[in-house]
Design a binder for this molecule. Structure first.
Ligand code: NAP
Length: 253
């Protein structure tokens, strides 16, 4: 632990698994107190066990406004302030192409990936103002930068998260809130969600995607967690409204 987040408090959604789990662990290692939330209670317990007692877990569905209120109220009660929010909860849906996707799938995905992120930012800003400032970190994707025939609603949600992020950053800056808001655009990361792409595309097509990462491998959750820690820390005090691409060169070529 080097204490880059000493005296800071955070809430991480989607923390039962993958990028959210690793981000919470890394933030706790850097000295933050972290409220970890998810709909997967068993996964949350697994994450908490790796955080050396530096936080607590909470069942929280990011699609529900009331659930957001309760999560933020609990973080405030336990920590006294909230300075960092990492909006990591996210899903994909089956048949995600313009010919096959049904409205129910579109709505379900948007509710988690986009509406959940919007509600989290809106509610966290009020608390962060009381704390004198903060850092909002939204997880977009390289599929928020590029289109994909097989990820219609996913691309639409992640592109929207990117511009939601910039719009929030400008608003907070103009209002003098001392709140930064940034997006991270990961490439393909070996998590349950990232690896589910192999099932839908098949081995050969999936390997073609992996080969597009010029570093020669898929990412791991820790690759993204390092960027989360940077954006959460005061080292990034001049960074807001940015889209931090962490993709092993996927979009470089
Ligand atoms: P993951 O391992 O599947 O973790 C996502 C977590 O979010 C899961 O624990 C999931 O629970 C939870 N979740 C789903 N719906 C929720 C809801 N309504 N409320 C609260 N939590 C909910 O996925 P990941 O790969 O770490 O993804 C994290 C973020 O990175 C997502 O926003 C994703 O879109 C983005 N991302 C991932 C990749 C990649 O290749 N992995 C690339 C770019 C961006 P359940 O398991 O119960 O659904």
């Amino acid at each position: 632990m080097t204490g880059r987040l000493r005296h800071k408090t955070a809430l991480v959604t989607g923390a039962a698994s993958g990028i959210g789990r690793q981000s919470a662990i890394r933030m706790a290692e850097e000295g933050a107190l972290v409220c970890i939330t998810d709909i997967d209670d068993e996964g949350l317990a697994g994450t908490l066990a790796l955080m050396a007692g530096r936080g607590f877990s909470l069942h929280h569905d990011v699609t529900q406004e009331e659930s957001w209120r309760a999560a933020i109220a609990m973080a405030l009660e336990r920590f006294g302030k909230l300075q960092i929010l990492v909006n990591c909860a996210g899903i994909g849906v089956r048949n995600d192409n313009i010919a096959a996707l049904e409205e129910e799938g579109w709505d379900r995905l948007m509710a988690v990936n986009l509406h959940g992120t919007f509600m989290g930012c809106q509610q966290a800003i009020a608390c962060m103002r009381q704390a004198g400032g903060g850092s909002l970190i939204n997880i977009s994707s390289v599929l928020g930068l590029r289109g994909s025939a097989d990820a219609l609603s996913y691309c639409a949600s992640k592109g929207a998260v990117r511009l939601l992020t910039k719009s929030i950053a400008v608003h907070c800056g103009r209002q003098g809130y001392n709140i930064r808001c940034n997006a991270i655009c990961p490439g393909y990361i070996a998590t349950p969600l990232g690896l589910s792409v192999r099932e839908s595309l098949g081995d050969e097509e999936f390997q073609r995607l992996v080969d597009k990462h010029v570093v020669g491998r898929m990412g791991v959750a820790d690759d993204v967690a390092g960027m989360v820690v940077y954006l959460a820390s005061d080292e990034s005090s001049f960074v807001t409204g940015a889209e931090m691409v962490v993709d092993g060169g996927y979009t470089a070529g």
